[in-house]
Design a binder for this molecule. Structure first.
Ligand code: SF4
Length: 459
């Protein structure tokens, strides 16, 4: 089986190479397709060059830090994140030891790196116990990373494993946002998803751990819409329980279909739109009247803090200089390259990726934003990269069309390939329908105002 999968991957990689496409037309999962390991010296050299450029004012100052904890106690059926079930404590210990070694190596080569914001996600970061968190913060947040006072620092946790001690340790390093992944309080939905069945009491306990361990921090609770087994009534009950816990925000995510064992896990009967209406209605009754809608989420809150704008402008998924730590983390070194961290076969971490020259950044960034159907702020893009995205869009289109990879009509672009495997590859990696529509729309706004996302007024 493993050999078949490896052959299949090799075959697909050969196809991609034969197409002669440069990196910028691929979507965010690009580094997954780069099987060649990069020596860690290459990665460190990229960072050294970027930091030098940054000090000289020749590269963006904004650098984000992301820590990925790739383990969970079990794998939920609906999960679309890069995570592995952790079956023994040795896995977590190995992860922490590797992290310490890698952080020390980065620190020796780069010194202390000033970052604009930090986030911790996974996986399940709260799977690490307090002693392990002490080691991680020593290596990263007191070692490699220097975070400005008051900077956005967010940590994702699972209420099943959250403790006050963990929260205190992270808050002591200035973590100022904690997000508890509740997802659902329907026993049936949790059972069908293969997720631990926890009730409102366990969530309330985790909320207390955050409130007491991190006074003043922002507390968010996550829900996921459209789980199999969730009904209007169960969602209503669950959402009302969460509203009653008085969080600072509740984020409802749109269900993204995932494939398990070769079959797509279909959504349940409750739509995202209906669940959003229920949540907004219940939240408004409790005074949470601000509703922020994005393509993939609905967020209810009382006030909209300043960092909300920063978070959505500089989400870890978006391009920019991003230093990711931990297996499955994807890093972007502005004007130097992209890489993904993985587990090395014999232990430790290994990097795979591609170099990315400075003059490729703008086209690549635009194509990636489009491929991920993310908003492009015309003014911000232009001032940061020195080029108007609207001027760039036709070039991206021509570039694709000239190679015969897309057919352009008045309203849409279509990938042109007779090979179903290749079409699937394009659909997933390069140009899905939404992406194509967005490209076409962007090209049509050549003399228009460009694309802007509108947020509620800043408080
Ligand atoms: S706990 Fe979260 S990251 Fe882990 S498998 Fe479940 S949904 Fe995925």
């Amino acid at each position: 089986m493993e050999r078949d999968a490896a052959l299949d991957l090799a075959r697909r990689l050969d196809r991609i190479r034969a197409l002669g496409l440069p990196g910028e037309v691929f979507s965010g999962d690009l580094t997954r397709w780069m099987e060649e390991p990069l020596a860690s010296e290459v990665v460190l050299g990229w960072w050294q060059a970027l930091l030098r450029d940054r000090e000289a004012g020749e590269a963006p100052d904004f650098l984000q830090f992301y820590l990925h904890v790739p383990y969970c106690s079990h794998k939920c059926l609906f999960c679309q994140f890069d995570s592995l079930p952790c079956r023994d404590a040795a896995g977590l210990e190995g992860y922490v030891s590797d992290l310490e070694a890698e952080a020390a190596r980065f620190r020796a080569a780069l010194g202390r790196v000033r970052v604009a914001c930090a986030s911790v996600g996974g996986g399940t970061p709260s799977l690490l116990d307090e002693a392990q968190w002490e080691r991680v913060v020593r290596a990263l947040f007191r070692g490699l990373i220097a975070l400005a006072p008051g900077a956005y620092f967010s940590v994702e946790m699972n209420p099943e494993t959250t403790t006050r001690g963990q929260v205190e340790i992270l808050h002591g390093e200035r973590a100022n946002r904690f997000s508890l992944g509740v997802q659902s309080l329907s026993r049936e939905a949790l059972r069908r998803a293969g997720r631990a069945v926890i009730g409102p009491e366990r969530v309330a306990q985790a909320v207390r751990a955050v409130r007491e361990g991190a006074p003043g921090a922002w507390l968010n609770l996550d829900l996921l819409a459209s789980l199999q087994g969730e009904t209007h009534a169960s969602f209503h009950r669950g959402a009302w329980s969460l509203v009653g816990l008085d969080p600072d925000s509740i984020t409802l995510y749109r269900y993204q279909p995932v494939v398990r064992d070769g079959r797509e896990v279909a959504p349940g009967v409750l739509s995202f739109e209906e669940a959003s209406r229920v949540l907004a209605d219940l939240a408004a009754r409790a005074g949470m009247r601000e509703v922020l809608r994005t393509r993939t989420s609905t967020i209810v809150m009382r006030t909209v803090p300043r960092w909300v704008h920063e978070r959505y402008e500089h989400h870890p998924d978006r391009p920019g200089s991003l230093m990711a730590f931990g297996p499955y983390g994807e890093s972007h070194v502005f004007g130097r390259g992209l890489y993904r961290t993985d587990f090395a076969p014999g232990g430790g971490w290994v990097y795979r990726g591609i170099p990315l020259a400075r003059d490729e950044e703008a086209r690549w960034e635009l194509a990636r934003a489009i491929a991920r159907n993310r908003p492009v702020d015309r003014g911000e893009f232009a001032s940061r990269l020195g080029v108007d995205p609207v001027d760039l869009a036709p070039g991206v289109l021509d570039f694709l069309a000239a190679r015969g990879h897309v057919k352009i009509t008045a309203t849409r672009l279509t990938p042109t390939t007779a090979d179903p495997d290749e079409a699937a590859l394009f659909a997933g990696l390069v140009l899905d329908d939404a992406t194509l529509d967005r490209l076409a729309a962007l090209a049509r706004t050549r003399r228009g105002a460009g694309l802007q996302w509108t947020f509620p007024a800043r408080s």
